[in-house]
Design a protein around this ligand. Structure first.
Ligand SMILES: [Mg+2]
Length: 283
């Protein structure tokens, strides 16, 4: 595995901003985790992309490995077909961007893997020099979304990924930066931003989202770096226990999830099968 210097430097920032690793939303998308979902009922949920779009989010950044595809593979995990289709419908294909630390980086000679992933998943893959969560990678993401015919701002983005020190930190860094910029610009006198009747109407029609919204897909499609992942999970629990969310931080994320639909023909396994056998009833 190549050395990811930007991720290795995260603990320095973490000591100053402990909530840099805290996701706004946690989802489980893995059918093999359904047994756990029966026990932890609140966890049996998936992202509702149309609800996010209705709330004003217009673009999405996705990690690739162990989020959309198996590690180092180019095709979508079959279980995600429906969800991926719904995501592309909600945001529009050009507004969904894959940012990977494998495809599209210097490790991907000639951008061949990026081409292949883009072909299979039907959305662009960002070509970037620095690994996530580097600030220069964030700048490349911003360049992409601002180059669109209808440019997308940071606060209109969601960022979805499975790794804490790369995906979540990238999303939270982006949000902190853009909040700082907004605060600075709000102190500057400007007639350009003075509200007019039409902007007020637009605001009502299209609510202002508070992104980038960091979404953590807890769980893996293929076991990889499990020791490191356990440490990351532990660290998030500790930091969540030690810190309180700042005022106004993603207050209603519950509206952006929906239950994972269970297939009627699915046979129960593991603990579910055990409890069904024990109590002879539907659970
Ligand atoms: Mg990943």
């Amino acid at each position: 595995m190549p050395l990811n210097i930007p991720a290795l430097l995260v603990p320095i920032q973490l000591s100053l901003f402990p909530r840099i690793i805290i996701p706004a939303l946690v989802v489980h998308g893995m059918p093999t985790y359904l047994v756990i979902h029966f026990v932890i009922l609140t966890a049996s949920r998936t992202v509702d992309f149309h609800a996010l779009r209705r709330a004003g989010y217009r673009g999405a950044v996705f990690d690739k490995d162990n989020c959309l595809t198996l590690p180092h593979k180019d095709t979508l995990v079959p279980e995600l077909q429906e969800s991926w289709k719904s995501c592309k419908e909600a945001f529009g294909e050009g507004n969904v961007l894959i940012v990977s630390n494998s495809a599209g980086t210097h490790l991907d000679a000639g951008g061949i893997q990026a081409e292949s992933v883009s072909h299979h998943l039907g959305v662009p893959v960002l070509s970037h020099k620095a690994m996530k969560p580097a600030y220069s990678c964030i700048a490349a993401i911003r360049d992409y979304f601002s180059s669109l015919s209808a440019p997308i701002q940071d606060n209109e983005l969601i960022v979805v990924g499975d790794r804490v020190f790369t995906d979540l930190v990238l999303a939270n860094r982006m949000r902190m930066q853009s909040q700082r910029r907004r605060t600075k610009s709000s102190f500057l006198p400007s007639t350009r931003d003075a509200p007019t009747d039409s902007t007020e109407e637009k605001k009502e029609a299209d609510p202002t989202p508070q992104g980038p919204l960091s979404i953590w897909t807890k769980g893996v499609w293929e076991r990889e770096s499990m020791l490191m992942r356990s440490m990351e999970y532990g660290l998030i629990s500790v930091m969540e226990g030690l810190t309180a969310p700042p005022k106004g931080e993603f207050v209603n994320v519950g509206a952006f999830v929906k239950p994972i639909p269970l297939r009627k023909d699915a046979k129960p396994t593991g603990l579910t099968a055990f409890f069904r056998f024990m109590y002879k009833r539907e659970i």
